[in-house]
Write a protein that binds this ligand. Sequence first.
Ligand code: FCB
Length: 432
Amino acid sequence: MMSNRSYFSWRHRRHNFFTNIASHVVKLSILFAVLLTCRALQASDNKFWWGIATSPYQTEDPAGSDFKTDWDLFFEAGKLKEARGSGVFSYSEVDRDIRALKELGVSHYRFGVEWARIEPSPGVYDELALDHYLKLARKLKSAGIEPVVCLWHFTFPAWLANLSDPERSNWLHPETSAHWKLYVEKVVKLFGDQVRFYAPENEPNGQSLAGYFLGSFPPGEKYSLSLFRKSVEASAEAFNSAADIIHTLNPAAKVITIQNMIAWERPWWDITGYMMDLGHEYNYSHLDLVAKKADWIGFNYYYKLKVSPFPNPRKTHPEGMEVLIAELSARYKKPVIIMENGIADHGDEERQAYLTSHLAALERARKAGHDIRGYFYWSLIDNFEWAYGYSEKFGLYSLGSRRDQLIPKKSAELFAEAIRKDRTQQDASQKN
Ligand code: FCB
């Protein structure tokens, strides 16, 4: 007969044996689930991305938050024809926007975080605003749409703007670099594993030109090539520090650049090629300084333009997008992605033609074998178009008479159809 002691130690061993097995089973299932999720994520990342791009200042309503940006100051100084006001209510009407995104069938949504809203005064963070953006990312994911977050889309908190001293304003403000790093850290920690794709900056080259040469963006300086260059360098440094922070805090995350790229045309009188060099500098000066730290090279493409000090018409030129895809692929040997493309149109005819011709150019570039990962249309809704106010209409939707209502244009259906067609083709080719 078993003694009491050996009976208990046998029972104890048997208990240990079963708990060990159970704990191995649990560990294995967790590992298996993680592997499956990674494979599923990889598979969805490898699919061509179809997306919509937006920005916070152009679309959001202030929604009771107490903050100001450099653009609000610019308007107050009489430098803009129109204020952004309530945007198109994208802050309060998140569900409305997600419904439209689902209707379109996009796989990715590029939205921006408004720095000034999150940090209304230096070092003071608005928890409600932070929570709003986290909820937005979560809602998108549960709708099956991957968030792509842009950390800076032209606007600065007003406390980093100094319109009377452009040399110490925006990227050139002596406090910007230190606050920027803390802000980036805050946002990346906030999103945790909910966000895997970040674009630290939108068109720093375009903003530097408009802010320091054309005078149409804050801080409103004109004809200063040297401040343009300083701003390009300061924003490149900021990009690189953001990329380091993102990669350290979230090693799975990918960092994407967003430059404004123009298909430059040489004017007949530019015999020395000086103007073309300036065009080249506009496209590449920032990118050359940040490409090493970026995982993907993203760019916004809209039109062809003559490099000239005199105003001249923007020309629709889909082939320019193809040429730039090839140029960027060869120059940096990294995946390339279109982060914005679109046209302002009061009706919708021109937009439909533009979309059709640019999707065809994209198709040609994909067939040519370039490593091109996705295409984002600009934009979801007609919105506040910076210096042009609400007069330029880029949306696939317009705002309805009620703020929770969006009216699709024909081009929205055209885009949705292109996405459906491509998805079916991709699924079929994956099966084969
Ligand atoms: C791009 C900007 C975007 C929007 C479109 C039309 O240059 O990034 O905010 O204004 O132009």
